[in-house]
Design a binder for this molecule. Structure first.
Ligand code: GDP
Ligand code: ZN
Length: 353
């Protein structure tokens, strides 16, 4: 699939919308972009773009440079200072950019508005968002049935982050081979995944080791740009490799040119598997942590609580200790799964730590 084909109608959004948002919200707009439904920085231009052609897609980002997929070739590009000054917010793997060639050097001139993002706060300045990946359709949250087992609190926090960024979450429950088939229906660990199914989320059972469930995973990810996240050791790399047994990250199928026009091979962080599945795989994505949420953001994120929260006595009810709490009543009445409420409490507690 070419980059052009990957564009969605959404991409046609004009600059005016971004300029308008930026005007309205000023520089702080970017910090809170996820709240407004559209993600990432407003369109930035580092000068007049003369020969833009089709947008390219960022494959890797380094200091003041990046590699893009442009007209089906990997092309190294320089980043102008306007984009590299706050690079971790300005350019991310998956970004669609306009590229210009100037005397043999390719420059990124403009980052197009993002459809989705995966972001986390800068460790040194939590008010700044670092964009880890952009424009993915789906984030696969990988957990393991055993070794280390499912931690619902972690799934819940990933879900919040993914949903804030606008991508579709899919839960992949890997290492299913470690639970004997006859025990699966009554397995307490596997039962932890049921509330997510009840919420309408896709939960795919897999074994990367025994190559089971991979067709279902392929079907869920068909024609999507994906990111795999999850605790280390749950099997993310094993799954990516199992989805594409011939995948060799060092011999990417995309032709690559260095500055002199010679073809070279280097590792790509955005690569294509079978079935049109494209994967962003960078250390940043793998180490993806979770940012600090405000309690009010957590409340909003548990969408199924909202209708019940209307019955709370206090409009700013935290659903923890207040009298006449519609949410706790709904939990007691079995209308909200206890596990979801516990997840909510765990996330709130983790914010206080
Ligand atoms: P990552 O850190 O999430 O990328 O995890 P890896 O893919 O490196 O896998 C971590 C360990 O789990 C390795 O020893 C794998 O062989 C093992 N593993 C991965 N998938 C499976 C699976 O489906 N079943 C079993 N039994 N082990 C697996
Ligand atoms: Zn309440």
């Amino acid at each position: 699939m070419t980059v052009a084909e990957h564009r969605r109608p959404d991409d046609e959004i004009g600059d005016d919308r971004w300029d308008h948002l930026a005007e309205e919200h000023g520089p702080s707009y970017e910090k809170h972009a996820w709240k407004r439904g559209r993600k990432g920085p407003r369109k930035r231009s580092a000068g007049k773009v003369e020969s833009q052609g089709p947008p390219a897609q960022v494959l890797t980002v380094g200091a003041r440079r990046c590699t893009v997929l442009w007209r089906e070739e990997k092309v190294p590009c320089r980043l102008p200072s306007s984009l590299s000054v706050n690079q971790q917010a300005e350019v991310a793997v998956g970004d669609r950019v306009l590229v210009e060639k100037d005397r043999g050097t390719c420059w990124v001139r403009e980052v197009q508005p993002r459809d989705t993002v995966l972001s986390r706060p800068d460790p040194r300045n939590p008010r700044l968002q670092r964009i880890i990946a952009a424009n993915m359709d789906t984030v696969v949250i990988v957990v393991a049935a055993r070794r280390p087992g499912i931690r619902p609190g972690l799934i819940d926090r990933y879900l919040l982050a993914v949903e804030h960024g606008g991508a579709r979450p899919v839960i992949c429950l890997n290492k299913i081979d470690l639970v004997p088939p006859e025990e699966r229906s009554a397995d307490p660990e596997l039962a932890l995944a049921q509330p997510y199914r009840d919420l309408g989320l896709e939960v795919v059972l897999c074994s990367a080791k025994e190559e089971r469930g991979l067709d279902a995973l392929r079907a869920a990810l068909h024609d999507q740009l994906c990111v795999f996240v999850g605790h280390s050791g749950v099997g993310k790399s094993s799954l990516i490799n199992a989805l594409h047994p011939k995948l060799d990250l060092d011999t990417s199928p995309v032709r690559e040119r260095d500055g002199t026009g010679q073809h070279t091979t280097t590792r790509s962080n955005l690569f294509e598997l079978d079935e049109g599945i494209r994967v962003i795989d960078t250390p940043g994505v793998r180490e993806f942590g979770l940012w600090n949420l405000e309690p009010a953001q957590v409340r909003q994120s548990f969408e199924e609580f909202l209708p019940h929260a209307a019955a709370c006595r206090f409009t700013d009810c935290t659903h923890t200790h207040e009298p006449q709490c519609g949410v706790r009543e709904a939990v007691a009445a079995g209308e909200i799964p206890e596990q979801r409420y516990e997840a909510y409490r765990r996330i709130l507690d983790s914010l206080e730590e």
